[in-house]
Design a protein around this ligand. Sequence first.
Ligand code: PTJ
Length: 247
Amino acid sequence: MVTIPESHPRYKSLQKREKIVAGIEAGITSRQGLIAHGRGEAFDYLIGERTLPAALRATEAAAALLLTAEKPVISVNGNVAALVPEKLIALSTLILAPLEVNIFYWTEERVQRIVAHLERLGATNVLGRDAEPRIPGITHARARADTAGIYAADVVFTPLEDGDRCEALIKMGKRVISVDLNPFSRTSRYATVSIVDDVERALDNLIALIRAAKLSTVTTPDFDNQRNLSAVIDEIIERLRVEESGC
Ligand code: PTJ
C-alpha cells in the first residue's frame, strides 16, 4: 500500500482506495470493484462524506432488525472484504450471525481467498464455500446460497448489494438491510432498510448502536424505507444548496 500522510485533506478517502487496490492484489476484490468504489466515492462527495441524519435513522432501524432476527446472516463480497473485514467480524460476533461469502464476479478461487482472509482475521463462522444456486429468479452467480446461511435466513445484511438479488431475497420473504451510497440504486429502492452511507461509517454506527442496546428493550422503530430515502435525497439537495450559496 502507498503510505498516505494523515495530514492529507483526503486521507480517509485515499486510505479506502488503497485498501481496494490491496484487495485486488491479494485476489480478494474484483477489478470491477474499483469502478464500483469510484461510483460510491462520487455519491459520498455529494453527501459530504459524513453520516446524514436519515442514514442514522436507517441504521437504528437496521440495528433493531438485526437484534430481533431469528437467523440473521451477513453477506460478504470482494469490496467489503477488503474495506471492512474486522468490522464485519465484530458484527458477526455481536449478533451471532454467520458471514457468508457471496460474490457477483464469481470464481471459486476468490471465494476461497475471501474465506481464508476472514478466518485469518479471526472469523469462526464463515459460509459460502458450499453455496449452490438456490435463489429463485437469479441467473447469475449471486443466486448461490448456503442452506445454513442466506437460504435459511430471515434477515440478510447486504453491504454493496446487487439489485436483482435484493429483489429476489425480498420475494423469498426475507428482510434485507442494504448499505449503498447511491440512494437511487435498485438495491436501495428494494431493500427493507436502506442505509445510504459509506460502509465503514455505517458499520461503526451499527456496531455502536448494537453494543449500546439492551436486547429486552429493542423494538423495530416505525420506519418507512421509501419515506426515509426521500429524506436522504432532500438532505443531499439541501447540502448542495448550502454549498452553492457558499453559506
Ligand atoms: O466482489 P463481487 O464480485 O461481489 O463484486 C462486488 C461489486 C461491488 C463490484 C459488485 O457487486 C458490483 O458491481 O456492484 P455495483 O452494481 O457496482 O454496485 C455497488 C454499489 O455500491 C454502487 O451503488 C455504489 O454506489 C455503492 N458503493 C461503492 N462503494 C461503497 C458503496 N456503498 C457504500 N460504501 C462504499 N464504500
